[in-house]
Design a protein around this ligand. Structure first.
Ligand SMILES: [Zn+2]
Length: 198
């Protein structure tokens, strides 16, 4: 069913070239990122050509990097958003109309690919996994483990926060969004990620 691997293209890039791109960006050729490439490719094939789309990833793992490598959408420019839903899926949509497509890892279709199924659902303990067999199956499965559906995205999700005032925190003297309150979220104790230096 799957075409000759040498002819497999991910958004116009030969698969080997795409894998080299993600290795450079992500640090390694993660299985989820190869699948993510097929997902972005499938989404683009189901969208009108030449238009700009925003993306929402439902997973923080791997998928956002596939989007950032293959599209103009990034976390930094705001065209890519991550919702911590934990489903391996992403939605490409027109931010003005909300019309788009959602591509997801199809549980039933994955059953035809035991290496992928057992890896994704963590059926096989990691030390017993055959990494090469998994990669071979991912490459040959391509989009055969994916499904795509038409969706309409809630316009609220695309609204930019406008006119947010910046205040100077009375404790740390750094700028922060005034709507957060009297102090920044660190000085108010709301968020803590830095150890106190002695
Ligand atoms: Zn502060």
């Amino acid at each position: 069913m799957s075409a000759n691997l040498n002819e497999t293209l991910i958004c116009g890039h030969p698969l080997e070239e795409y894998e080299a791109m993600i290795e450079k960006f992500h640090g390694n050729r993660a299985p989820g990122l190869i699948i993510g490439g097929f997902m972005v490719d499938l989404a683009q094939k189901n969208l009108p050509k030449g238009e700009l789309f925003d993306v929402i990833c439902e997973s923080m793992k791997c998928l956002p990097d596939a989007v950032q490598v293959l599209t103009p959408c990034s976390i930094g420019n705001g065209w890519l958003k991550i919702l911590k839903i934990g489903r391996f899926a992403c939605t490409f949509f027109d931010k003005h109309t909300g019309d788009g497509v959602r591509v997801y890892l199809d549980t039933d279709k994955m059953k035809n690919y035991p290496e992928i199924y057992n890896w994704f659902f963590k059926v096989t303990p990691k030390h017993e996994q055959d990494g090469e067999a998994l990669m071979r199956q991912i490459r040959s499965a391509g989009a055969a483990i994916l499904s795509v559906e038409k969706v309409k995205v809630d316009p609220e999700i695309s609204k930019k926060e406008k006119g947010s005032k910046i205040a100077v925190c009375p404790v740390c003297n750094e700028g922060y969004p005034a709507k957060h309150g009297e102090k920044c979220r660190i000085c108010s104790g709301e968020i803590n990620y830095l150890m106190k230096s002695s």
